[in-house]
Design a protein around this ligand. Structure first.
Ligand SMILES: Nc1ncnc2c1ncn2[C@@H]1O[C@H](COP(=O)(O)OP(=O)(O)OP(=O)(O)O)[C@@H](O)[C@H]1O
Ligand SMILES: [Mg+2]
Length: 299
């Protein structure tokens, strides 16, 4: 993993972290059981954006598809320990055994592996199976400013582990009619985890991905989500517009800001990273401006 670091300056990176060692990481579970709605792309690009702002960031890949792992340019091999080992061999494998440096300053990765697809059956009979990730991350919370958890497209045990370990949850959503279908179930799951396992958990924001401001339906869905009581004032002001450079960056396995420092995708993800960074510690509410202009929201 040693490419393209010289592009940092172009993208406005800073070299040193402003964190002090007594502060605790914001642990953000990025969730939505709907597949392909931009969770992993957002985790990679928000993480790169936050790291370029000088924050120390760890991406934790919890999906057996390992898209966050490959998207940060890392190829998993049999010798490398993954988040599966971390959660299955708790006590024997520590986070420091798993974390890899990336080629981007301040940005670290706990890689996933295909074995994550067996996680549920492997720990099914174990007491405390919902606490595996929480335990694994507990001692590392003071080592990072942000820990971003990329979750799979399901509300199974891995997502429950992520919600239990997190200090906050962000929902990545596409402004598409199907996107609303599973939203209630997701909100119910978050509420259940908050009640039963993790009282500090709350939704700290919803962001729209692949947004096409030219279509009425996108705006209608955005308004519909804003009207859901649990999500009132929690929609990020920044919407991430549909942008082919984001797809090309995914294919090139680099964060979009290192692929094209000036494209719309870089602008939007930097704006979102700044908005997230400005939020208070542990889940503050982010008000969306009452009406963004068509220009702001269109491609
Ligand atoms: N703003 C965007 N503009 C264009 N394409 C995008 C944008 N955001 C994401 N994509 C593309 O959409 C596809 C799906 O994105 P991604 O893999 O991040 O979704 P996901 O929610 O993580 O999927 P899964 O649920 O399978 O894990 C990818 O090919 C990605 O490049
Ligand atoms: Mg994904």
């Amino acid at each position: 993993m040693s490419r393209k670091t010289n592009r940092l300056k172009r993208a406005g990176a800073t070299s040193s972290s402003s964190r002090d060692n007594t502060s605790k990481a914001r642990i953000i579970a990025v969730c939505n059981q709907k597949g392909g709605c931009g969770k992993t792309t957002s985790v990679i690009n928000i993480a790169a954006g936050l790291a370029s702002l000088g924050r120390k960031v760890l991406v934790v890949d919890l999906d057996s598809q390992c898209n966050a792992t490959t998207g940060l340019g890392f190829e998993h091999s049999e010798e490398t320990k993954s988040t599966f080992d971390l959660m299955v061999d708790t006590g024997k494998v520590h986070l420091s055994d798993v974390v890899q440096e990336t080629e981007y300053p301040q940005l670290f990765l706990a890689p996933g592996s295909i074995e994550l697809s067996e996680f549920e059956s492997r720990v099914a009979a174990e007491i405390g199976r919902e606490n595996k990730l929480k335990k694994a991350l507990s001692r590392a919370a003071s080592d990072y400013d942000f820990i971003l958890l990329d979750t799979p497209p399901s509300l199974g045990l891995i997502s429950v582990n992520a919600l239990n370990a997190a200090t906050e949850v962000q929902i990545a959503m596409q402004a598409h009619p199907f996107a609303l279908d599973g939203l209630n179930l997701l909100l119910e799951t978050i509420e259940l985890v908050r009640e039963e396992l993790n009282p500090r958990l709350s939704v700290s924001g919803v962001y729209f991905t692949m947004f096409d401001g030219r279509t009425n339906i996108s705006h209608l869905i955005l308004e519909e989500v804003e009207s859901i009581p649990e999500l009132k004032n929690k929609i990020f002001k920044t919407v991430v517009r549909q942008n082919v450079k984001v797809t090309e960056a995914t294919q090139a396995k680099v964060p979009v800001m290192y692929f094209d420092a000036h494209c719309v995708g870089t602008q939007d993800y930097m704006a979102l990273a700044k908005e997230i960074s400005r939020q208070g510690k542990h889940a503050t509410r982010t008000a969306r401006s009452p009406k963004q202009t068509q220009d702001e929201l269109s491609v």
